[in-house]
Design a protein around this ligand. Structure first.
Ligand SMILES: NC(=O)c1ccc[n+]([C@@H]2O[C@H](COP(=O)([O-])OP(=O)(O)OC[C@H]3O[C@@H](n4cnc5c(N)ncnc54)[C@H](O)[C@@H]3O)[C@@H](O)[C@H]2O)c1
Length: 426
């Protein structure tokens, strides 16, 4: 049996630790042997969790690459704007990399990363976890098996729930593209554009157009006499749909890894401290209508493919239920469903006497997981991919992930230019 993949965690935050947990669940696949993390508290906690020796814990990638290569690969779960600058030195030092999405924040960076991976002969796999969700994987297999014929149209929608939208994209880390480097489409929907490109296979996207804006979370929509911080000075604290008290105190576990991360790191996440933070310095305590957010809350993207097929993606923030929906129409049938329900319907044209179409429900048995159960399957596939096994049908190699990111960059450019049609050149 192959040796476990010796892996270094780079950025020991929420996402990296999900993938790294493969080393605990399947130690025969992965072993965590090093760490790069500037936050001392996290560094200590993660070193002790995975038994990493002190001499293999570093504050920066620059420090790591000063020592001779001691692992096969790295999991890079740093924040969006430093993905490329932290990955290129790892590639140069000989490590293969599992890199979080978005793998780059603009086209120039994306091409720079691609060229570096080629130059240093390293593998880079992107954390497009949805490709591994059984829901999308089985849809891909049905398409590959020719069950719905050639695709004529593909429709994707992502409904971002009111609590997810306000936590991540109005108050949280991805609220302002000038600060985090990523637009809403890039941060949230590079997954969806990737899924679209993956399901369309060799049919290349040729042109793109997009519209969208921030319609809801603007000053003009603040209720009369509302305050600046829900729990400090707002008379709507018990009635507003977006009240920090209702979202974070009444639901203390939901999004806790974002909202209470600082307090939890220090072991200080008491109710008293949470309320104090929301009243004083926590970004999650600010009124959703009076913040410095600049990203869109809804956006529509229209894609034209080389074959003449068309695709749409709609992102709508502030929905009551967060979910992803898909509807694909081919020359022989259709596939449609909701990822979070864990099942999709396969319809096939059936013109035999007495029939119109056949219908089958395909149950993937993974329900209620926003990534459809894809996180650990991706980590395991990365270990296999780097170890030389044949890549799975889902494999999110950098080469195969470029189309989706380029589509996102052009869609945003189109949106900023009133929906102008943009030509896509891979
Ligand atoms: N694949 C998905 O579905 C998915 C879901 C959510 C977030 N993400 C992406 O995952 C990434 C990480 O998000 P997160 O919420 O885990 O972030 P996080 O803030 O929890 O973790 C980032 C970690 O990187 C560390 N760090 C900062 N600068 C560093 C440096 N120079 N070198 C090494 N480490 C450094 C931070 O101290 C922190 O511990 C983001 O790019 C985000 O967009 C992906």
């Amino acid at each position: 049996m192959a040796e476990p993949l010796k892996t270094i965690i780079v950025g020991a935050g929420h996402r990296s630790l999900i993938y790294a947990s493969l080393a605990e669940i399947k130690p025969e696949k992965m072993q965590i042997t090093g760490l790069v993390e500037p936050n001392e508290l996290r560094r200590k906690a993660v070193c002790s969790r995975f038994g990493i020796p002190e001499e293999r814990c570093f504050e920066s990638v620059e420090e790591l690459i000063k020592v001779p290569k001691f692992a096969d690969a790295a999991i890079n779960g740093t924040m969006d704007s430093i993905h490329v600058s932290t990955t290129i030195p790892l590639l140069k030092a000989g490590y293969d990399v599992l890199l979080e999405k978005p793998f780059a924040v603009n086209e120039k960076e994306a091409r720079q990363l691609y060229d570096s991976a080629k130059k240093y002969g390293r593998k880079v796999m992107i954390c497009f976890v949805l490709r591994y969700a059984p829901f999308y994987r089985e849809i891909k297999e049905k398409i590959l098996a020719g069950e719905i014929g050639d695709i004529i149209n593909i429709q994707l929608s992502e409904f971002v729930s009111y609590h997810h939208m306000s936590t991540s994209h109005v108050r949280g880390k991805w609220r302002n593209s000038d600060q985090c480097g990523a637009s809403m489409l890039l941060a949230k929907c590079c997954h969806d554009l990737d899924i679209m490109m993956w399901l369309m296979g060799g049919d290349m996207p040729v042109s793109i157009s997009s519209f969208g804006c921030n319609k809801q979370f603007v000053k003009e929509n603040a209720p009369e006499n509302s305050g600046t911080r829900c729990m400090l000075d707002c008379p709507y604290v018990d009635s507003c749909l977006y009240s920090a008290k209702r979202l974070y105190i009444d639901h203390p576990d939901r999004w806790s890894f974002y909202v209470w991360a600082d307090l939890e790191d220090k072991g200080e996440a008491t109710l008293e401290n949470k309320i104090r933070a929301l009243k004083t310095d926590s970004p999650y305590g600010v009124c959703v209508y009076k913040n410095d957010n600049n990203v869109v809350d809804h956006q529509s993207v229209l894609v034209n493919f080389a074959s003449g097929a068309t695709g749409t993606h709609n992102m709508i923030g502030g929905a009551s239920r967060g979910c992803r929906r898909i509807h694909i129409t081919g020359t022989k049938g259709e596939i449609f469903g909701t990822c979070e329900d864990g099942e999709f319907t396969l319809l096939k044209i059936d013109p035999t006497p007495g029939n119109e179409y056949s219908s089958e429900i395909i149950d993937t048995e993974v329900k209620g997981d926003s990534h459809g159960g894809g996180d650990l399957l991706l980590a395991e596939d990365f270990a296999d991919y780097v170890s030389g096994a044949t890549p799975s049908v889902s494999c999110t190699s950098l080469e195969d992930s470029m189309k989706g990111h380029l589509a996102v960059f052009l869609a945003d450019e189109s949106r900023e230019n009133g929906g102008r049609v943009m030509e896509l050149k891979i």
